[in-house]
Design a protein around this ligand. Sequence first.
Ligand code: NAP
Length: 236
Amino acid sequence: MNIIIMGASSGIGAELALFYIERGHRVGCASRSINKITARAAARAAIDINSPDAGNRLLDLIDELGGMDLYIHVAGIGYDNPGLDPGREADIAATNCVGFARMVSTAFNWFESTRRPGHIAAITSVAATKGLRTMEAYSASKRFGATYLQGLRQRAVTGRLPIALTDLRPGWTRTPLLKPHAGYPMLMTSDSVCRHIARAIARRRKTAFIDGRWRLLCALWSIIPDFIWRHIPYPH
Ligand SMILES: NC(=O)c1ccc[n+]([C@@H]2O[C@H](COP(=O)([O-])OP(=O)(O)OC[C@H]3O[C@@H](n4cnc5c(N)ncnc54)[C@H](OP(=O)(O)O)[C@@H]3O)[C@@H](O)[C@H]2O)c1
């Protein structure tokens, strides 16, 4: 299988790249820092998803790889913003919403134009399910991604396009995205998250909470009414 991983230089994306390479797949990797991408990738590209020409750079990478069966969108930024700095809020929205839409739509259009069966899997987060204090832009941006994928799934089904869409929603995962010394509840390793992701993709799941504990927590907090939710300090 030919797989493109956008955001493959670090954390979950880097882990996924090695996972698929070790299982014999041809993997094309991209992110801003090309020097941090594994040399074992079949193709590599420096792409900033916030750049207007990032879609064209993705098309070049697909060509270099010789086509694409699976596009995995991992690229994203996230940090808490206790001071509610507007610039930081806007940066998160730019990468996780605008950049996300730019790249995922490019991948979808490519599958549609080639009429070949395809699969788009994108990492949102458990944060997509609730607005979180100090992570307002992050949780909202992840809801954007989840809703975007839902819309694309409707487009694929009503258009009879053989394109599968998977929304991947991990909980806290130990990667450079997190503060190195802070304590996080129900923290997972990127290795374990990577295996859950690969399983969800292989099963062509529509939505996958990672892991079961986070699925349960999200199910519980989804029934908490807002008049209670607004009093709960999200732990991190
Ligand atoms: N860690 C968690 O607890 C957690 C939980 C749920 C969801 N997630 C989501 O999982 C995804 C991966 O996060 P991670 O934890 O693995 O973090 P990470 O180690 O910081 O990796 C983020 C990846 O995204 C790439 N990226 C960021 N901005 C980019 C841009 N403008 N253009 C292209 N690539 C860009 C980075 O590469 P460059 O910097 O080289 O561009 C890097 O490869 C993110 O979407 C994150 O929101 C993480």
